[in-house]
Each structure stands twice: as structure tokens, then as C-alpha cells.
Design a protein around this ligand. Structure first.
Ligand code: B12
Length: 137
């Protein structure tokens, strides 16, 4: 599967992206990494250029819910990316634990899944299920 891996607009952390890039690559996926501080506009432009099967957003600086919402709204507003699967994860807020209201908002905005800080196994499960769905019948 071709995966576009991206940080969020306000987030300058990079080791989360390095880790996830290696994790996804070791699972056999082709990864295009956009790096940190990616605006919604840049994300949409990169999706047009790379035509990924899935977008994985990562944020750890505490603004992930807000930045993620802006990114997903923008992806869903463009015809080229309106149906493109997108997931987000990391340390998304500053509360130190999953905030259900924010998760619900992200899902309603069009996120296909919202993962917590330590949810790499859940991401692996999501990728396996998603890959099965893509196999032509
Ligand atoms: C190193 C570091 C920095 C370095 C970053 C250097 C770099 N090149 O990346 C520097 C010093 C620059 C920095 C800056 C800041 N930092 Co900082 N930083 C850290 C620190 C100590 C380690 C992060 C790290 O590299 N971890 C290693 C990587 C491999 O792991 P990870 O980031 O935890 O990512 C894992 C998970 O989050 C998860 N994950 C991440 N994304 C996704 C996505 C999916 C889909 C899934 C399933 C899982 C997942 O999987 C990853 C691998 O296990 C953490 C504290 C900590 N111990 O975690 C704070 C921390 C992330 N920083 C924090 C903050 C607040 C900041 C600043 C805002 C501080 C400031 N006031 O300036 C700025 C960021 C400014 C900005 N615009 O973003 C906070 C975030 C608070 C929150 N979320 O509640 C933390 C948690 C510290 C704290 N306890 O307060 N930081």
C-alpha cells in the first residue's frame, strides 16, 4: 500500500515521523514522508502528487486534535481527496489521555480512525484490514 505520512501544521517534532516511517516500511508499505509542519494546503497538494492509498497523520505537540481537524476538513473539501482514507494518531491533546469528544469530532469530520499514543498494534490491525478491502475480487 502507498502511504503518505505527514506531521501536522503546528507540530515541529520529527522523531515520531522517523519512527512511524520505519514502522510502516517494515510492514511492507511504500512510504512517502512529508515531514513536520505540513499545512492542509500542502497536504492536499502532496496527495494530488503522490496519489496515496492512505494518509497517516502524526502529532505529538498537543495541538493534534485542532490541526488534525483542519487537515481532514480540507481533504474532505477537495474532490481529489474527498474519499481518500485518512487516520491520525499520537499525543493529540494536552490532557495526557484520549479525549472522546475530540475523537468524535475528528471521526465526524471524516477521519477513518483516531489512534492514541501507544496504539501501534491497532494501526497495524487497521492497515491489515484496509489492505484486505483493497484486494480486487
Ligand atoms: C524530543 C522532544 C522535543 C524536541 C523535538 C526534536 C525533534 N527533532 O523531534 C524539541 C526540543 C524540539 C521539542 C519541542 C517542543 N515540544 Co517536545 N518533546 C520531546 C520529547 C522529550 C520526546 C519526543 C520524541 O522524540 N519521542 C520519540 C518518538 C519516537 O516517539 P513519540 O514522539 O512519543 O511518538 C510515538 C507515539 O506518540 C506514537 N505516535 C505518534 N504519532 C502517531 C500516529 C499514529 C497513527 C499512531 C498509531 C501512533 C503515533 O508512536 C510514536 C512511536 O512510538 C517529548 C516527551 C516524551 N518523552 O515523549 C516532548 C513533548 C512531545 N513535547 C512537548 C511540547 C509541548 C513541545 C513544545 C510545544 C514545547 C514548547 N513550548 O516549545 C515544542 C514543540 C513546538 C512545536 N511547534 O511543535 C510535549 C507535548 C505535550 C502534549 N502532547 O501533551 C511533550 C509530550 C513533553 C511534555 N510531557 O510536555 N520537543
Amino acid at each position: 500500500m502507498k502511504i503518505l505520512l505527514s506531521g501536522t501544521a503546528s507540530d515541529s517534532h520529527t522523531w515520531n515521523l522517523v519512527y512511524l516511517g520505519l514502522f510502516l516500511g517494515e510492514l511492507g508499505h511504500e512510504v512517502a514522508g512529508l515531514g513536520p509542519c505540513v499545512s492542509p494546503e500542502l497536504l492536499v497538494a502532496a496527495c494530488r502528487r503522490h496519489s496515496p492509498d492512505l494518509v497517516v497523520l502524526s502529532s505529538v505537540n498537543g495541538h493534534g486534535y485542532r490541526d488534525g481537524l483542519a487537515a481532514v476538513h480540507r481533504l474532505r473539501a477537495e474532490s481529489a481527496t474527498a474519499a481518500l482514507p485518512v487516520v491520525i494518531g499520537g499525543k493529540l491533546g494536552v490532557a495526557g489521555c484520549r479525549q472522546e469528544a475530540d475523537v468524535t469530532r475528528l471521526l465526524r469530520a471524516g477521519c477513518d480512525a483516531v489512534f492514541g499514543d501507544g496504539d501501534l498494534d491497532a494501526l497495524r490491525g487497521f492497515l491489515a484490514a484496509h489492505a484486505r478491502e483493497q484486494v480486487p475480487t
